[in-house]
Design a protein around this ligand. Structure first.
Ligand SMILES: CC(C)(COP(=O)(O)OP(=O)(O)OC[C@H]1O[C@@H](n2cnc3c(N)ncnc32)[C@H](O)[C@@H]1OP(=O)(O)O)[C@@H](O)C(=O)NCCC(=O)NCCS
Length: 199
């Protein structure tokens, strides 16, 4: 646990370009753990994040401690993003044009439990409002709770998300493929959505 003060900034466009290597490393480190078990590739990550940086309306909330990037959370109008996400929403009778899509929140372990996750939601919801979007959504990977790779004592984030006002939509899912740690090929993964109507 670190007690270094945390600072937060919502950045977009060219302001993000110098941070792309830091943000790529952050995603790789955090998503390597359960439940994502993601074998990240830095070149791919930089491209992925660059697309965020360059998408109109997208923003990244950057968290720093002693000047170092230790956390980040992404968001963009859903219509700018992944086609399968938009298709899933349309199939459920929801119009993607009304939603701000939250891509990910990642924070290095020593900085957790000090409110950064709450700040990430607040800042992204403020950004959604600034875009005139009144609905927000994110998705999370579905894992078998009996999976032997689940660390003992792992606390799922479901309670944290509910307390932020998000409701699970287990019927609303999307599939993404990635290579798990130790695997040679990508495998498909199912993620389900959580939705909120902003007041
Ligand atoms: C998601 C993630 C960024 C959240 O970060 P976090 O630092 O644990 O989040 P917070 O500290 O804001 O919230 C955790 C709890 O601490 C509480 N908290 C808030 N301020 C606090 C403070 N100053 N001191 C201690 N606890 C505090 C929050 O209220 C929250 O509890 P609650 O849900 O009962 O309200 C982090 O867990 C993470 O990186 N996880 C791995 C990646 C992941 O799975 N991301 C989500 C899918 S993309």
């Amino acid at each position: 646990m670190s007690d270094a003060p945390l600072t937060f900034e919502t950045l977009a466009g060219a302001a993000l370009h110098p941070l792309l290597p830091d943000l790529a490393r952050l995603r790789i480190v955090v998503f390597r753990d359960w439940p994502y078990l993601y074998e990240g590739d830095e070149a791919y990550e930089r491209g992925y994040l660059r697309a965020y940086a360059d998408a109109p309306g997208a923003a990244v909330v950057v968290c720093r401690a002693r000047g170092e990037v230790v956390g980040a959370a992404t968001c963009e109008p859903m219509v700018q993003g992944h086609a399968p996400v938009q298709a899933a929403f349309r199939a459920a009778g929801l119009d993607p044009a009304g939603f701000c899509y939250f891509g990910e929140s990642v924070l290095l372990r020593p900085y957790r439990g000090r409110g950064a996750g709450v700040r990430f939601f607040e800042a992204r919801e403020a950004h959604a409002r600034s875009l005139g979007l009144r609905r927000t959504a994110f998705c999370a990977v579905l894992r078998d709770p009996a999976d032997p790779r689940r660390p003992a004592g792992h606390v799922p984030l479901d309670g944290f998300w509910r307390r932020r006002g998000y409701a699970p939509r287990p019927d609303l899912t999307v599939g993404f493929s990635w290579k798990e740690v130790g695997a040679t090929e990508e495998t498909p993964h199912l993620l389900s959505f959580w939705l909120k109507d902003l007041a």
